[in-house]
Design a binder for this molecule. Structure first.
Ligand SMILES: [Zn+2]
Length: 188
């Protein structure tokens, strides 16, 4: 799994400056994977296989990382694909007339689980509407053990430590610090 992510540029190793200001030796950008439909479909079918006995009615992801995943998993699980969007930067909402009804069974998906914040907001949206959250599916769980209180299946589980600039062992080794977007932009 990691090999496919690395090959498509979705998994980078090096010394990265994150938007949070922290440094990290690894970086995930699953949009890089999802520009290639074939490996994306392959990974999604592996993820869907964990849920195909569960009679899923709707697959719901947070925009933007969860939109394509929700679509492909819904296609495989013969469910509806929905996505939730942030409203005023805080809560997630089902906009665009998307509906999930009381008693329906939902699978919540995201590409990368970092802190789990967006996934938790989507779980809340689904439950507020009286639907049941069967579980959470992700390509990568790099949270180091977040719990949503429901079943979680991730194709890749890795603990990715982040460091402050002062404490960064990669800085101490003298490795040049990179912006992950610039690395991706300059990659051939
Ligand atoms: Zn550093």
């Amino acid at each position: 799994m990691l090999e496919i992510l690395e090959k498509t540029g979705a998994y980078l190793k090096g010394h990265f400056l994150l938007t949070s200001g922290l440094h990290s030796g690894q970086f995930f950008q699953c949009a890089q994977l999802m520009q290639y439909p074939e490996p994306t479909a392959l990974l999604c079918s592996e993820l869907a296989s964990h849920w195909d006995a569960d009679k899923v009615d709707a697959v719901v992801g947070p925009a933007t990382g969860g939109i394509l995943l929700a679509y492909e998993l819904a296609r495989l699980l013969e469910a509806r694909a929905l996505y939730a969007e942030p409203v005023e930067g805080k809560v997630m909402e089902l906009k665009r007339g998307f509906k999930i009804r009381p008693g329906e069974r939902a699978l919540v998906v995201d590409d990368v689980i970092t802190t789990g914040g967006s996934v938790k907001k989507v779980i809340d949206v689904v439950r507020e509407r009286g639907a049941e959250v069967l579980g959470v599916g992700a390509l990568v769980d790099r949270s180091g053990g977040v719990s949503f209180g429901v079943r979680l299946t991730a194709l890749v589980s890795v603990e990715v430590p982040n460091f402050s600039a002062e404490e960064c062992p990669l800085c101490k080794k003298g490795l040049p610090l990179e912006d992950p977007d610039e690395r991706l932009a300059s990659a051939t």
